[in-house]
Design a protein around this ligand. Structure first.
Ligand code: ZN
Length: 197
């Protein structure tokens, strides 16, 4: 959807912008003053991981759950597990770091690459969609993806990558349409403002 119509979290508002006015996530590399939205910057990602910083806005994430946006295959796998009342465990690490609830709700609606900067790579052994695709074939259909809250996460900084692993689903918000989380985001921003964040 048009990004002007999605309310922007204050912490995202403070990000640098590209020529169109799109906010540039904390983990996005710059090349010749152009943000490379499809890529994740190793140093920036490692910095966020070490400091428990949101991969979208770059600010501290409080203790407690963290959120990320997942693609269709992983969303289906999580949806099935939730529906069956069993825990979801995806032990495949991902290059995509966590963020605030508001930031991930925002990113899920504004631009898939804001939230899933590695989505276009597709060939990485670490892409969760590749890992789970064979499991979820023929499973729950109709979800483009989801904003998912996890109780905890861990990370590893290797010489080549910053890898994240997410544990224990605490919230599952699938989306079939691009503006699915608009009301949820408005409510979250109002709650954060009331809390003085
Ligand atoms: Zn954030």
């Amino acid at each position: 959807m048009r990004f002007e119509s999605v309310p922007m979290p204050p912490s995202v508002e403070a990000r640098p912008r590209d020529a169109r006015g799109y906010p540039v996530p904390a983990i996005t590399p710059w090349e010749d003053e152009q943000p490379q939205f499809a890529l994740t910057d190793y140093e920036r990602s490692a910095h966020c991981a070490r400091g428990r910083l949101c991969s979208v806005c770059g600010r501290l994430m409080p203790r407690g759950p963290v959120w990320r946006v997942v693609g269709a295959a992983e969303s289906s796998a999580i949806g099935e597990a939730v529906a069956a009342g069993r825990p979801y465990r995806n032990m495949a690490p991902t290059l995509e770091g966590p963020g605030h609830r508001a930031c991930m709700l925002y990113a899920s609606m504004v631009c898939p690459y804001l939230a899933r900067p590695n989505a276009r790579r597709g060939t990485s052994a670490y892409a969760p969609d590749d890992m789970t695709a064979h499991v979820v074939r023929g499973a729950v259909r109709g979800s483009m993806g989801a904003v998912v809250g996890f109780a905890d996460y861990e990370f590893a900084i290797t010489p080549d990558n910053v890898l994240f692993r997410f544990l224990d689903v605490v919230e599952f918000l699938p989306h079939d349409v691009s503006d699915a989380h608009l009301d949820e985001l408005r409510a979250e921003l109002a709650a954060r403002e009331a809390a003085g964040d």
